[in-house]
Design a protein around this ligand. Sequence first.
Ligand code: ISL
Length: 579
Amino acid sequence: ETDPKWWKEAVVYQIYPASFKDSNNDGWGDIKGIDSKLEYIKELGANVIWICPFYDSPQEDMGYDIADYEKVWARYGTNDDLFNLINRAHGLGIKILVDLVINHCSSEHAWFKEARSSLDNPKRNWFIWKAPKGFDSTGKPIPPNNWRSFFGGSAWQYDESTGEFYLRLFAKGQPDFNWENDETRNAIYESAVGFWLDHGVDGFRIDTAGLYSKQPGFPDVPIINPGLDFQNADPGSLNGPRIHEFHKEMNKFMRDRVKDGRELLNVGEIPYGTDDIYKSYTSAEENEVTQLFNFDHVTVGRKPGNIGVTDFKLSEFKDGVAAAFQFINKTDSWSTIYIENHDQPRSVTRFGDDSPEYRQISAKLLSMLETSLTGTLYVYQGQELGMINFKDWPIEKYEDVEVKGMYKMMVDEFGADSDQVKEYVNGLQLISRDHARTPFPWTSEPPFAGFTNAKEPWFSLTETFQQGINAEDELKDPNSVFHFWKKAIQVRKAHKDVLNYGYDFTFVDHDNEKLFAFTKKYGEKLLYVVLNFSREETEFNFLEGHETHEYIFGNYPEAEVDTSSSKLKPWEGRYYFAN
Ligand code: ISL
């Protein structure tokens, strides 16, 4: 039986508000800009939008540092703009997810300003404070443990005025909340969750949802990057002892708060787990989150500690893809299907082929991979155009706080001319978060592609635009990546039993380093997907013991495909039903 829960077959379109559409020509995208493009999103076939943080913020981490959960950042518009967007979207049959960033807030949030004002402030304990471990020979305070920030250096920030460190797993302006404190949790739920539920949102993308419960005693973590002063803090902060209790409590708050009984889609960002851990968060019976994003596929080819890239084989990518959703097989859990977001590079560059010759066909192949897998489908803005990474940027052009912090750490600790630093900078061409964050190209019009008429957009447009990739041209061209995505989403809907809900995903010829082939079942139906991840003609085998292979869909024009031949053209993909 297919499941009637709306969020299982939703197609979610992720919007990065700074870079989507600028309606008032100040160089930043905004809420009214999103409003003006709802029809475009609907045309693609998406029925949900997830909007990355649009809240009041000093923007140290592009809005993931929130100063007021109940207020839209002035550059993005007003609360009324957002309420209007919710209404108009609902009128078009589009649901809205907002980002819930509650592991930390901004150091500019009123709660933190109070907390840091004195040692005995009533909100002091809303955050995590520790005395220095001691002082070094120059008199500098030594952090309480060896945890590293995701953005480089110690995860502890010294606060001169009170003589203590506060924990911040991310940027200096992102103090971690103390989730052990009941009062803090309730204030978070009320402000960050309740306010938006009251205004009609349909769910949340829950940021860093595995990090709230820290290991008691804040022990040192193991050394995975010898030579660096601080180490990946996940063992001290990810999936901690009270994490499931916290999620159950928050989920109950949500269900109690929703007055009209609407069902919410809550997707937690919960990477680096085992199947059992993923299941424990997503099991329907447990009432925590309805689905999660893990990183098993998108982190293939990355060094531990995120300090560079390595070569990887297609078979490793295949294993990552399977790990991203296979844990739900025949359970009451559910997962997501995504390959891009605002923290990931462009998938065509990373996993396809972004040369002018193969860009479009490989983008279409990646679309076929996504639309054939079981889970809720997510498309990141620009993915539907086949956008690509920028090339050969000097380190100075990067905007991302992660790049700046990690680069500084590596230079300080390894030396500017070290191989490690060179490797890190080269790796950024492939994996930096900035690749996904450049302004969206709406038209072919210079200088800023219909994104803005300001003198300068907040962030540079890129090769994507130089190569003529833009929405207007793609909408006109029936063979564009956009129209292929649209078609692939329709095919997914037409055969939703096996495509959206199929089970028993099984690799065929797993160790083949050019071919990504698998089967999936639904009742009597057997889907066979063959994807050529290479520029070379590649052979697959029809399945033994089946009389016919019925061709369903592919990324080459049907007139050019000999569906009975087992040879695939460069980056060709096909779906068959094996009967
Ligand atoms: O993006 C990463 C590596 O390149 C991750 O380490 C990322 O920082 C982590 O997945 C958490 O991401 C989320 O929270 C961050 C924010 O910077 C990200 O944009 C967000 O998706 C802090 O709020």
